[in-house]
Design a protein around this ligand. Structure first.
Ligand SMILES: Cc1cc2nc3c(=O)[nH]c(=O)nc-3n(C[C@H](O)[C@H](O)[C@H](O)COP(=O)(O)OP(=O)(O)OC[C@H]3O[C@@H](n4cnc5c(N)ncnc54)[C@H](O)[C@@H]3O)c2cc1C
Length: 505
């Protein structure tokens, strides 16, 4: 490794046991993106590539927002509870790690989603494909929409193709096609549940690219969605078949919770390469490499994979490239809270069928969503137990994060009782266990203009080929996206550096 700096006495060149490696890579951030990158480098090392790496993580634990706990046989997820099956990178990694037998499909046969409207639960009509109604009768009969919205949904079939006129908010796109009520009762609750986001800010081009394309090609989103569905049915393969429906499960999780993926990944890494409880404090770059300051020591390396949230990456990279730093710091993030309540089922009335409900912002509640965890996946709880998981916060309700655990639990219990009814959540029904988790600035928001921002970021990165970005701020917020980006970053950087090392010999 060619060094521009004379190493200080305390300088470590990546993993101590990898002094001989030609290429040293620093990974900053030990969430799923950083761990996936480390796993890829570890694999290359096992195949004899001369690479060493050091992963730095601020927190004492690895995994970032993936964090589960097993309480009396019940799997409680503090962060994500599953991943989208159709994005293959997560299930592929699980299989590679020998976890294929522990993948559990969501119980889609029992799937039913409720929307809270004026304190009552109204189910999403059949035939709704994400935000787009595709079946006439259920749309005509639903109580979710007023007559004028239904009429508008019918007339939407006649929309002519429309070329994109630049980015706009998700709310603007949905309102143009289906009206303001569809924004309030569909787009807002569905996207708040995924992004904790604000539909008036989220980018249609980035969050709903298929719909922007459908509008360009078909005009009507309903016609576009039906055409896409016909194609999917023709070509679909079932990566994780659902035992009940025989089809592809929408979500997949792991028997031991998402923590099982973290634990299995970490077990494959060399402990000497992991620096937990060690935030990176600064970065410097010379013509030949990087100096990483962390835990009072300097680490010299040939390349950096930045897998921290973009706001942290922006601060570290500002001295290297102020424009890049500014762009990264400009990516907004939302904060959220999850509250898990374990109940003895006998203490509850009968919950409505399905996986849970979503709460539009217009309802003025703290809760954005509630999942009936024991229904969504099999084997989450011992028989006779129920887990209700509330999701709170989001862009519109950040101050909730300052409330005490007791206040948050009290709010959730009150709102559950008001929404589901006091016969189901009796005021005297005490949960057997409560768990509150706060996630500050954890979920990137793809705001209007995100695509253009990514073009500007890519342009800055061309001058920094030994730097790669991975994580939820760039090209997908879900776990599969983060895994894909982490592995890709490691592969690309390693290939580049091995080529450079070979040509300098
Ligand atoms: C409540 C919640 C529920 C979710 N549900 C789902 C779901 O069901 N399915 C799904 O697919 N996705 C879900 N997501 C999204 C998904 O979990 C995240 O997008 C993904 O886990 C992000 O991974 P990451 O590695 O990019 O970032 P993170 O997990 O945020 O990891 C980044 C790490 O970088 C570290 N770091 C920061 N600064 C430094 C520094 N200076 N030095 C060293 N380390 C640093 C942080 O401590 C952190 O551990 C959910 C997210 C949340 C918050």
């Amino acid at each position: 490794m060619d060094r521009a700096w004379a190493p200080a006495p305390e300088c470590l060149n990546g993993c101590e046991d990898e002094e001989s490696a030609d290429v040293q890579i620093a990974i900053i951030g030990g969430g799923i993106a950083g761990l996936a990158a480390a796993y890829e480098l570890e694999r290359a090392r096992a195949q004899g590539e001369p690479v060493g790496y050091t992963l730095f993580e601020t927190n004492p634990r690895l995994g970032g927002t993936l964090a589960s706990e097993i309480v009396s046989g019940t799997v409680l997820e503090r962060g994500p509870d599953s991943f989208l099956t159709e994005k293959s990178a997560a299930a592929e990694l699980c299989r590679e790690l020998g976890l294929g037998g522990d993948l559990i499909p969501s119980n889609d046969a029992a799937r039913k989603t409720w929307i809270v409207v004026h304190n009552r639960l109204i189910s999403l009509p059949d035939g709704l494909m994400f935000l787009v109604p595709t079946r006439l009768l259920p749309t005509a009969l639903t109580r979710l929409f007023s007559f004028s919205t239904k009429l508008r949904m019918g007339l939407e079939l006649l929309y002519p193709p429309r070329a994109s006129q630049g980015d706009e908010s998700v709310a603007a796109l949905v309102e143009r096609h289906f009206g303001a009520e569809a924004v309030d009762r569909l787009a807002d609750p569905l996207l708040s549940g995924i992004y904790g986001g604000d539909v008036t800010q989220l980018s249609a081009q980035t969050v709903l690219p298929r719909m922007v394309e459908m509008e360009r090609k078909y005009g009507s989103l309903t016609r576009g969605m039906l055409a896409a569905h016909r194609q999917v049915r023709t070509h679909a393969k079932a990566p994780v078949p659902n035992a009940k429906t025989g089809g592809v499960a929408i979500f997949t999780t792991l028997r031991g919770g998402m923590q099982q993926l973290v634990d299995t990944l970490v077990a494959r890494l060399d402990p000497a390469c992991l620096r937990v409880g060690t935030p990176v404090q600064s970065l410097e770059r010379s013509r030949t490499g990087w100096r990483v300051e962390a835990g009072g020591k300097s680490f010299l390396c040939d390349g950096v994979i930045m897998a921290s949230p973009a706001w942290a990456a922006g601060v570290l990279l500002a001295p290297v490239d102020p424009e890049l730093g500014e762009e990264l710091c400009g990516i907004p993030y939302s904060s959220s809270i999850t509250v898990n309540l374990i109940y003895d089922e006998a203490s509850l009335g009968t919950l409505p069928e399905g996986f849970g409900f979503l709460v539009p912002a217009s309802e003025g509640r703290a809760m954005l969503a509630c999942t009936f965890v024991h229904r969504k996946f099999s084997g989450r709880t011992p028989p006779g137990k129920a887990v209700l998981r509330a999701f709170l916060g989001g862009m519109k309700n950040e101050p909730l994060l300052a409330e005490s655990d007791a206040a948050l639990v009290a709010t959730v219990r009150r709102e559950l009782s008001e929404i589901l009814g006091a016969k189901i959540i009796r005021p005297d029904a005490e949960p057997e266990h409560v768990q509150v988790s706060r996630w500050r600035r954890a979920m990137a928001q793809y705001a209007v203009g995100h695509k253009e921002r990514m073009v500007r970021i890519s342009a800055r990165l061309t001058a920094l080929p030994d730097l790669r970005l991975a994580g939820n701020a760039y090209d997908g917020v879900g776990i599969p996206d983060c895994i894909r980006l982490g592995r890709q970053a490691a592969r690309d950087l390693l290939a580049l550096k091995l080529d450079a090392a070979a040509s300098s010999r």
